[in-house]
Design a protein around this ligand. Sequence first.
Ligand code: SF4
Length: 340
Amino acid sequence: MKSRLARANSKGKHLKALALLSGGLDSALAAALLTKEGVDMEAVFFHHPFYPSKSKSRLQAEDVAESLNIRLKTIKLEELIEVVKKPKHGYGRGLNPCIDCRIFMLKKAKKHAKKISASLIITGEVLDERPMSQHRRALDLIEKESGLEGRILRPLSAKLLPETEAERRGLIDRDKMLDIRGRPRRRQLEMAKDLSIIGYASPAGGCLLTEKPFVKKLKDLFKNTENVTARNIDLLKTGRHFRKGRNKIVVGRDEDENTKLLNMKGNRDYYFEVPECGSPTTLLLGPKSKEAIETAASLTAYYSDNKNDQTIVAYGIKRLDKTIDVHRISEEEINKLRVA
Ligand code: SF4
């Protein structure tokens, strides 16, 4: 296996690059292609709050880095929340500001590249594969606004794009680059077989900003919360969500979600359960008015195994040390409160 240090490319010249690994196939292939050419490479994985809770993208990026024997740094991107709130270049079909998101990530990549003295950034982007951020004008714009003109190499489509500085200087052999375009992934799948790359994520997988139910909950959150945090976003990935004025009520759907909700509970949030029967755990966020407590308790009772007209629900902040007696809530009322 080649050393991580002092790799030289096929022309014997040293070139250091930073690859963006997403856990998907395209970025894995792009990195593999360049390491095959002898480019000295490190990689970065951006962990943003909009990955699904069970996403394996990070593990997949780690597997790729390990198989290519390159160092991988994970950078957390909580600030992406602000980019999603007010994107300069608008949204795709969901709440996905792909152009702004790419610019933001590449600016971060540029900073890290400087730290490790890498002069080239490698991405797995394929010309015209994604409608919003991978057509030619978008790629040019992203490059310009991230301040990386001539320094982003997209090996899978490089022959269809202007030469990078590294190609001009003969540090990368342009003939070895590819000319893949559009959505069909036949060539990438063949390459994956040849290069024995397995277990990668699907191309659009890994971002909840394109998924309708999540987008609905996120819009509601943005509308009702001033300072949105990563915890707020994580909560959107768990349970059934209800809105009553300034209150958010989240009801667990199974044991696993009940535990997750308790782990995500804030210091001032109430939690609710129906004692002595199968019960969801419910969180109440926002002001603790009598009405809000009643609603959270009614929802807890509704989704518990107790189907009586009247139910005693326990609640509290640290312990379930208070109780409230509630009437069964109607389905109509539930539908009015439901966020997604
Ligand atoms: S799909 Fe999501 S993570 Fe990917 S570029 Fe678009 S907004 Fe960013």
